[in-house]
Design a protein around this ligand. Structure first.
Ligand code: ZN
Length: 164
């Protein structure tokens, strides 16, 4: 347990397969959780982190961008377009990188840390991060986005994570 009370859960912890619950009220507690998630994300040098990755059954996501950190409550992808293949990592799968095919552009709605509605239209690598994190909230892991054969090839790496 780190001093801030949250920690990152790695595969195959069951919480990662959990479809997270909608946040009803965006209050001080949520803002405090965001602060803790951001500390953890930065400590681990990640660029995105979802609620269930830190043991929370809540639809919360933090994303590091060039313009600063995004705090998203109940993010939803409402439209997607195009295709992109991008090499992804995941804080819940230390040491594993996988090329995943996703939409190149996505439109996202969410609430901010004050409960105000947000709209994003993002493309390229940032669109990839949005999709990766929203997948987490739905209990979908990036290893499920690659073929069976590819998963077989990284089997030894997955075994290594299990030993942690
Ligand atoms: Zn991840």
């Amino acid at each position: 347990m780190t001093k801030i009370g949250l920690r990152i859960y790695s595969w195959p912890d069951a919480i990662l397969k959990k479809k997270c619950t909608e946040v009803k009220f965006v209050d001080e507690r949520i803002r405090h959780l965001f602060d803790q998630m951001i500390i953890l994300m930065r400590e681990s040098k990640g660029i995105g982190l979802a609620g269930n990755q830190v043991g929370l059954d809540l639809r919360l996501v933090v994303i590091e961008t060039q313009e600063g950190i995004l705090r998203l409550v109940n993010p939803r992808i409402i439209k997607s377009e195009g295709r992109i293949d991008f090499l992804e990592g995941c804080l819940s799968f230390p040491g594993i990188e996988l090329k995943i095919r996703r939409a190149k552009k996505v439109w996202v709605t969410a609430l901010d840390e004050n409960g105000q509605p947000l709209d994003y239209e993002v493309e390229g690598p940032l669109a990839v991060v949005f999709q990766h994190e929203v997948d987490h909230l739905n209990g979908i892991l990036f290893i499920e986005r690659v073929s069976f054969w590819k998963r077989l090839r990284i089997g030894h790496l997955l075994k290594k994570i299990k030993k942690f």
